[in-house]
Design a binder for this molecule. Structure first.
Ligand SMILES: *Cc1c(COP(=O)(O)O)cnc(C)c1O
Length: 382
């Protein structure tokens, strides 16, 4: 719910822009810190790398999870300590690896045997030791959209169990690698916590396998993926971090010295951001009304990319939602649609529209297709 205070900060500004609720963001980070206990949390920069928000994350004491060399650099430039940066990704280039070695990051999350060899060769060449975690493909179904499922055998991510023996013999020969962790990340927007319970079961089996081989595994990195409620953003403003971590506290079997890391992105920032837009035209179609916005898939691509749902609100009209609109953007693509048959109050040119729960994978995925550009974000705090 936007209050009169929020509306004051929104009205009379050029649209479209991202609107970040800084107080809510701080409260979310405080809640995360209160719930995590002795677990370590790395923030997944790819969800939103906006420097103003990163500053809050650094102050809250989180590490960073990066998936490109530029993200590693961006994390360092924005105050994250190198020894709190994990670097994942199936396709790390030599340049990216060299820079991360130079910086002395916490871990390379390694996704294949060829990658082990390349990191080793580059570490050897530069006289470094690379701290690594093996990204394991645990074959656990995240029951989420197929484009954001990553932990199934058919996905491109991670090392499969049939390769474990080969991986260990390989690592035994690669003296510039230091195997420290096992890494798992099975997908995103996971709302059913039993998925994480299943993940714990698989982690326990795999952890046990490595221990039986006499491998010292210092930590488990359980990845990210905790989902948020896109349908009722006002009722679930802060995710239930305690319930999430409790699943791992209950079901993970750890060795006494083993610690646990997480890489959370979406759940930390999603509810703190909205995309604010204006209605340019209301057009009568043959079977529907179109509300044509000045924001499009260039600002928020999730609906076009994954048929993602975002709650859409008319901020200018305080009447019951009685009419249905296809809410679309101006971009020359039919997929540039934020929602079909969306119930709104009678809507007209000039009305302000909020597209909610857009803090994660919103601004970060925005682009300049059609040479479009958005206005600068607005940061709201009381
Ligand atoms: C994207 C990603 C995350 C974060 O996922 P969320 O669903 O945003 O929590 C964590 N780890 C890795 C390796 C990722 O690629």
């Amino acid at each position: 719910m936007f209050t009169a205070h929020h509306l004051k900060a929104i009205e009379n500004k050029s649209t479209p822009f991202y609107f970040y609720e800084v107080d809510l963001f701080r409260a979310t980070l405080a809640s995360l810190n209160a719930a995590k206990g002795n677990y370590h949390v790395h923030y997944a920069l790819k969800a939103n790398a906006n420097p103003v928000l990163l500053k809050e994350i650094v102050s809250a004491g989180l590490g960073a999870d990066c998936v490109s060399g530029n993200e590693v650099k961006h994390a360092l430039d924005n105050g994250f300590k190198a020894n709190a940066i994990a670097f994942a990704g199936v396709g790390k280039s030599d340049t990216e690896i060299l820079r991360a070695l130079e910086a002395g990051i916490f871990a390379f999350n390694v996704e294949s045997i060829p990658e082990l060899e390349v990191i080793h060769e580059l570490a050897k060449k530069t006289g470094k030791q690379a701290a690594i975690a093996l990204r394991i493909n645990p074959n656990v179904d995240a029951y989420t959209h197929k484009y954001i499922t990553t932990g199934l055998e058919e996905n491109k991510f991670g090392i499969n169990p049939h390769e474990f023996d080969a991986v260990l013999s390989k690592i035994a020969q690669l003296h510039h690698l230091r195997l420290e962790g096992l890494h798992f990340h099975i997908g995103s927007q996971i709302q059913d916590l039993s998925v994480f319970k299943n993940l714990c079961t698989r982690i326990n089996e795999i952890n046990k396998w490595f221990l039986q081989k006499g491998t010292n595994i210092a930590y488990i990195n359980a990845g990210g993926g905790l989902g948020v409620n896109y349908h009722e953003p006002d009722n679930y403003r802060i995710p239930d971090f305690k319930r999430f971590f409790d699943v791992f506290r209950t079901f993970l079997d750890l060795q006494p010295q083993q610690v646990v890391h997480f890489e959370l992105g979406r759940c930390i920032i999603a509810q703190c951001g909205s995309l604010i837009s204006k209605v340019l035209y209301v057009k009568e179609g043959v079977t529907t009304h179109f509300a044509i916005l000045d924001a499009g898939m260039t600002e928020l691509i999730r609906p076009a990319l994954y048929q993602a749902y975002h709650k859409i609100e008319n901020l200018s009209v305080n009447l019951p939602a009685t009419s249905k609109y296809d809410v679309v953007g101006p971009v020359c693509e039919s997929s540039d649609c934020f929602g079909k048959a969306v119930l709104l109050p009678p809507t007209k040119r000039g009305d302000l529209i909020a597209i909610r729960t857009a803090g994660a994978y919103g601004e970060a995925m925005s682009n300049h297709y059609n040479l479009r550009s958005a206005e600068a974000p607005v940061y709201f705090s009381t």
